[in-house]
Design a protein around this ligand. Structure first.
Ligand code: ADP
Length: 629
């Protein structure tokens, strides 16, 4: 057969033009595309041989062989897959069948955008060879046929096909690299090795690199042994029951680069409208850099076992960014870009699925291995709390995963909201919590006194995020949450108690007014309280005011100095100090340093910094000196 010259379909011409002239920087993907075409061809040959065994003689290793020639500046990628005959070559490598690519080209013509921006958005496949090669040869024999063919093109609108004997089925593609500097490097062994290991590490078939023959001592060229580049198995594609616990743990090291063991994992193969595999791990230790959310996502995205990207943020919400693992889709295009991921339905579906699996795994661990879960909670629970912020979808699952210390738990032991509700006394209607600087400060807060006396448990919230979290945590099992440092916590009182309170209000009116006047710059209101037992006074925040901790946090986050909202000073009419001050005031009309001492003490007892420590110490010293006289 004489050489046949043919023209590419118009769309292919446009595409090639784009490939050849584009400045697209990620040129190395040509190798990823060719290797995955080769793997597809191997799949096809294996599949067809199931019904026609002569297509694959026993003992044949299906494989991909790559060799480079630095001097000649060419690279070959060879597979012993299904191969192509003349018709295949014309239809597969002369036209574009995929409607997606056709539409893309149409859009490209109509838009002002340059191809550079758009290349990353669609599957470029075989034609990406022309980004790096000035000439491409495809030498191929279709399995089950006898006549081989050679397809050649310089990417300039035409291709040629000629008969060319080939002994074994499969396809050998030779790329003659352009002279450009960034391109000729692709004919080097280390480049090929690093690109294959980056994208094609988990391809099912062996990918071998044949080093260039080197001269031996006698000056003769000597072939060296080929090296297999991909040695790892795509564990996620194997059936769960065939994988041992050890293998799962080992694979965690591969995907996480952590020295620690995973706390739990979930392995799923989803079939149906779309097919994908996910193998996701919950680490037991906080991964490096996890607190800087932008960089710390840990899911790798694969398409048909070919690596697409690390840290794929679109696959999980930020508050699950500690998860490590792999998602492998059978249906996404290889060239899927970040832009596409953000609005892709398949991705939304996978994200939903993976999120649910991770939450299920956590719930399962919490239920069946509570100690392990607690250890995990202490390490990473803080990130989960971010889930209460900007998320309405998974609140119920998240609430059950929360753990807190409380006024009744031992140091370092934690409880769930379910446990809290279960041990609420009948008379208790709400879930009480106290936000504070640290465990020590909240555990000794005067605000707890009345709750302890009544046997009501109070949850301690000492993580920076807690106050934000409580903004979305309104109820649990029908019980509302109540911040005990805010507003006036009212318990039911009997007539006697009501009467006593009214009396105190009248008799302590003078003291309240005096304190209010002398502390006016810092205090919004001074009032009598029944919430204290052993302390003379405490500070509470108005129902709608921003807490002082939140004010400081906003300031630290660069929101400027907010105008401080003044707090309420509550005094305990049953406390000897308050009784003594009331009498002193009635006698002398002046309390000297006492206002400062009371206010400073109230701030200190909740772990707050004093606005003027020296002034406070001076006030205390005056009072002590007077007492010693
Ligand atoms: P895609 O792989 O997305 O279909 P390509 O442009 O990369 O698009 O390839 C077009 C077609 O050419 C493939 O669908 C396949 O039929 C054929 N082809 C490409 N490479 C090979 C190969 N190594 N062996 C057999 N067929 C191939």
């Amino acid at each position: 057969m004489a050489t046949e010259k043919m023209e590419f379909q118009t769309e292919v011409r446009d595409l090639l033009n784009l490939m050849i002239h584009s400045l697209y920087s990620n040129k190395e993907i040509f190798l990823r595309e060719l290797v995955s075409n080769a793997a597809d061809a191997l799949d096809k040959r294996r599949f067809l041989s199931l019904s026609e065994s002569s297509l694959l003689p026993a003992g044949t290793e299906l494989r991909i062989d790559i060799s480079v020639n630095q001097e000649g500046k060419f690279i070959t990628i060879e597979d012993n897959g299904i191969g192509m005959n003349r018709e295949d070559l014309i239809s597969h490598l002369g036209t574009i069948a995929r409607s997606g690519t056709k539409n893309f080209l149409k859009d490209l013509k109509e838009s002002d955008k340059s191809g550079v921006d758009l290349i990353g958005q669609f599957g470029v496949g075989f034609y990406s060879s022309f980004m790096v090669a000035h000439k491409v040869e495809v030498h191929t024999l279709k399995a089950g046929e006898t006549q081989g063919h050679l397809w050649t093109s310089e990417g300039n609108g035409e291709f040629e096909i000629t008969e060319a004997p080939k002994q074994n089925p499969g396809t050998k593609i030779t790329l003659y690299l352009k002279d450009e500097e960034d391109v000729s490097e692709f004919a080097s062994e280390w480049q090929v090795k690093s690109i294959v290991q980056k994208y094609s590490e988990f391809v099912s078939y062996g990918i071998y690199l044949h080093p260039e023959p080197a001269k031996n001592e006698k000056g003769e060229l000597e072939a060296k042994e080929a090296e297999r580049l991909n040695k790892k198995q795509a564990l996620w594609r194997q059936p769960e029951k065939e994988i041992t616990e050890e293998q799962y743990k080992e694979f965690f090291q591969v995907v996480s680069h952590e020295g620690s063991e995973p706390a739990a994992w979930n392995h799923t193969h989803a079939e149906g409208s779309q097919e994908f595999w996910s193998l996701v791990y919950i680490p037991s230790k906080a991964p490096f850099n996890i607190w800087h959310n932008e960089r710390a996502h840990g899911l790798k995205l694969y398409v048909k076992k070919v690596f697409i990207m690390d840290d794929c943020k679109e696959l999980l919400p930020t508050w699950l960014r500690f998860v490590r693992g792999v998602v492998d889709s059978e249906d996404l295009p290889l060239n899927v870009s970040r832009e596409i991921l953000q609005s892709n339905k398949l991705i939304t579906h996978i994200r939903k699925h993976v999120t649910k699996k991770v939450l299920d795994s956590l719930a399962n661990m919490a239920e069946k291995e509570s100690e392990k879960y607690l250890a995990w909670w202490k390490e990473l629970g803080m990130i989960l709390k971010e889930g209460f912020y900007m998320n309405w979808e998974h609140l119920d699952e998240l609430k059950k995963l929360l753990r807190f210390e409380s006024s009744r738990t031992e140091k370092d032991s934690y409880m769930s909201l379910t446990e809290y509700v279960a041990r609420m006394p009948e008379s208790q209607k709400e879930i009480y919590y106290l936000i504070g600087e640290n465990k020590e400060a909240v555990a000794h807060s005067p605000l707890l006194e009345v709750f302890q006396a009544k046997g009501y448990e109070v949850l301690f919230m000492t993580d920076t995020i807690d106050e934000f979290m409580m903004g979305s945590l309104n109820e649990f099992e029908g019980k509302t949450f109540r911040d005990i440092s805010r507003g006036d916590v009212e318990f039911e009182k009997n007539d006697e108690e009501k009467k006593a309170e009214e009396e105190s209000k009248t008799s302590f009116k003078g003291l309240c007014e005096y304190l209010q006047k002398s502390l006016d710059a810092s205090i919004k209101e001074v009032r009598i309280t029944t919430r204290l037992k052993d302390s003379p006074c405490c500070l509470v925040t108005g129902e709608d005011a921003m807490s002082s901790r939140m004010e400081r946090m906003m300031e630290a986050m660069g929101h400027g100095k907010a105008e401080k909202s003044k707090r309420i000073l509550e005094i305990n009419p049953a406390h000897p100090i308050c009784v003594m001050l009331k009498e002193k005031l009635e006698k002398s009309g002046d309390l000297g340093d006492w206002s400062k001492a009371l206010y400073g003490g109230a701030l200190l007892s909740e772990g707050q910094p004093l606005p003027n420590p020296a002034e406070y110490v001076q006030a205390i010293n005056h009072l002590l000196t007077a007492a010693a006289k």
